[in-house]
Design a protein around this ligand. Structure first.
Ligand code: URP
Ligand code: ZN
Ligand code: ZN
Length: 487
């Protein structure tokens, strides 16, 4: 019997820190050897002139999830996971979304039941918490964290999801106690509501006005407020899907002051602009997401933030609603912008487009590419070093990239269940040609090679990223403040 189930030979492995010409020996789903001239395995793959990268971790995606207004995403855990795999991603962290009145256990059980028989790659969950009652936060949440769901998202906008500042403080205090990571959708609800009303009063309901209503100042204010609440209770926080220079500036300021504030950005803020929302007829609806893409100058600044380390995570925020009556046009053929489901697809293009526009065009070092698409998400969400790197003992989750392969992105060519892609016609130089998850070849020769349901659930560890600093603002310091025990 061969020592290895699989050997990938003659390629260059690249991790977040180094690049080496070496073979990868895999046994029972794990990497067990790295070195030159490994002995023959049960199966050998020749990776001459190819790059062997850690499989991607998409740490923000919405799969088989109903939006806050009840619209189901076009992708279920089968099509979503297949699409992710074809784009070089081997781990998904979608949301188990609580709608008000639901118990967290029921929510998690429902999502597990959806994912288990369908996902072709490994997956964990973040919770979305929309009901911050004492029973949920005090009793249910700690049990979920103990079960490996060590991060959750809260919203500062959307009628059916948003928490007020008081509720956010309760959530932060619980996260601090439990060392769970809080992810925040930071937009000021009342600002958006106010501008929306004024626009609609003037009959300005076209998709492009979505970007006016979701002003970058609304994002900046909420980001500032969220960070302030996090600082008050010394609780780490990750601001998701950051779109604007104004919000990025708030994050950088907090980081410069030593706070554990992290930022995530997404393809739509690097590759789309506000002009995309101003397409003929209703076509701009295909680009409506929140926060929206901004202008070209802003796009450059988001790029800088990803390159210089201000952002630590690059996720798709895949929120797939088809351009038909099941999705974007569910409120009728010509809805006003406030009735258009928010979100764009991006699972499959997330890594290739960043590789092409970032690494190939010399903007971004390949190690940084791996950091933001795989290694830092793994560290942030309690999966490292099982996932997010190429090392002995790690899961054999790797993608073999052909750096010269050019692929034109079209809705037809992608593997999700969408009828459009916002990135139609863009050409990606560099594409993952063989994708391996726990030693299983998932994608090869442009074909899916595994069965539905062959991915496994990932019980995640608590992350160092979520560990408090023990550095309170002075008046909140329990040691100095008359022994007051506020948290
Ligand atoms: O527009 C977006 N981003 N839709 C998905 C839901 C969310 O808030 O991330
Ligand atoms: Zn969000
Ligand atoms: Zn999202």
């Amino acid at each position: 019997m061969a020592l290895y189930d699989l050997v990938i030979r003659n390629g260059h492995t690249v991790t977040e820190i180094e690049q080496k010409k070496q073979d990868v020996g895999i046994k029972d789903g794990k990497i067990i050897a790295l070195g030159e001239n490994l002995e023959e395995g049960e199966r050998d793959i020749d990776a001459t002139n190819k790059l062997i990268l850690p499989g991607g971790i998409d740490a923000h995606c919405h799969i088989e999830q109903k939006s806050s207004s009840g619209i189901m995403t076009a992708d279920d855990f089968y099509s979503g996971s297949v699409s992710a795999a074809f784009g070089g991603t081997t781990t998904l962290l979608p949301f188990a979304a609580q709608h008000r009145g639901q118990s967290l256990r029921e929510v998690v059980d429902d999502y597990m039941a959806c994912a288990k028989p369908k996902s072709v790659i490994d997956y964990g969950f973040h919770l979305i918490i929309s009901d911050a009652s004492d029973a949920i936060i005090g009793q249910e949440l700690p049990a979920m964290i103990e079960d490996g769901i060590t991060s959750f998202k809260i919203y500062m906008t959307y009628d059916n999801l948003k928490l007020n500042d008081y509720e956010i403080l309760n959530v932060l205090a619980a996260a601090r106690r439990e060392q769970a990571l809080v992810m925040v959708h930071a937009e000021n609800h009342e600002v958006i509501r106010w501008i929306t009303e004024k626009l609609l009063d003037q009959g300005l309901g076209d998709p492009k006005y979505h970007a006016i209503a979701h002003a970058s100042l609304a994002e900046k204010e909420a980001t500032h407020r969220a960070i302030t609440l996090a600082e008050l209770l010394d609780t780490p926080m990750l601001i998701v899907h950051v779109s604007s220079e104004a919000a990025l500036t708030e994050i950088r300021r907090a980081q410069e002051r030593g706070l554990k504030i992290y930022g995530e950005t997404c393809p739509q803020y690097l590759f789309l602009t506000i002009d995309d929302l101003d397409k003929d007829g209703m076509d701009g609806a295909m680009f409506c997401c929140s926060p929206p893409p901004r202008n070209k100058e802003n796009q450059e600044i988001i790029w800088e933030g990803l390159i210089d380390g201000s952002f630590s995570v690059f996720s798709s925020d895949h929120a797939p609603y088809r351009y038909d009556s099941s999705g974007k046009l569910s409120a009728g053929p010509k809805p006003t912008f406030d009735k258009i489901a928010n979100g764009v697809p991006g699972l499959e293009i997330r890594m290739p487009l960043l590789f092409s526009e970032g690494v190939q065009k010399g903007r971004m070092d390949i190690h940084r590419f791996i950091d933001v698409t795989s290694s830092i998400p793994a560290k942030t969400y309690g999966l490292y070093p099982r996932k997010g790197t190429i090392a002995i003992g790690s899961d054999a989750d790797v993608a073999i990239w052909d750096p010269d392969k050019e692929v034109e992105i079209t809705a037809d060519a992608l593997h999700d269940n969408m009828d459009y892609t916002p990135y139609e016609g863009m050409v990606s130089k560099g594409w993952p040609i063989t994708v391996i998850s726990r030693g299983r070849i998932v994608v090869e020769d442009e074909e899916l090679k595994v069965e539905r349901g062959s991915g496994v659930y990932l019980k995640r560890e608590r992350s160092e990223f979520a560990k408090p600093l023990e550095k309170f603002v002075p008046e909140m310091d329990p040691k100095k403040n008359f022994n007051a025990k506020l948290i």
